[in-house]
Write a new protein. Sequence first.
Length: 295
Amino acid sequence: MSIRVCIDGEVLAPEAARVSVFDRGFLYGDSVFETIRTYGGRPFALAEHLARLERSAGRVYIDLPVPTSQLAREIDAALAAAANPESYIRLIVTRGSGPLGLDTGFEAKPLRAIIVAPLVPPAPELYDEGIAVVTYRTQRVAEATDAAGTKVGNYLVAVLAMRRAREAGASEALIVDHSGAVVEGATSNVFLVRDGVLSTPPESAGILPGVTRAKLLDVAADLGVRVEERPLPVAEVLGADEVFVSSSIRELLPVVRVDGQPIGACRPGPVSRRLLQAFREKASKLMCLSAEAGP
């Protein structure tokens, strides 16, 4: 297993990968990115991730340097060079290098970088036993800007939230907005179950509309689970029968404690288990169909 980096189309060993200190992604977090995982060695939901990258870039006025079809080919090249059984993929597009300062009026040459590393999913026992999380009250970096709901490179809020979580012995932090509602995790989307109804914050709350989140909503519809997209006050999260978070790498992870308080029976619930099983089955089926269709 190995790590490979593709910068502007050139696949490199990690020690040979270099980006200028004048790159605005380094200086200001002036970038957008996607995190993707593979199933059977192939990137999952790649079209959806590339479409979201393109939307994010457009909302922060970064022009993609190449078409998304070229990005897909470069991801394939980096995966082939890494030759891992399963991989974690980080796709980054920065505004590129320019003069010091915040003015974006210069002629930019956006930089693209793809990092491929061995996939390290959560330990199996976390799916069986669930995780603990904490709440973290803050205003997210992109909130109330044109970039709300985009996957931008400035992750300081998430970094600080995860530090708080680690200090508390927790695995994730749930971001609480100015109104006292849980909007998302530091690196995940959040759901709760009460009386068999699945609820999750709406995109209008400024959440990052996760690709895995969308797939889980499709799976819920397939299973006949009623879904409500609405604000989730902290009190409702604490009083839920089940809570779980979702992301590309973690899929669906049950939450059994929030701020030290047990959720439901303090073990993964039946709706969470059904959704995870159905999601994995659907992902496997989609990847088989993709493989049969070919490149």
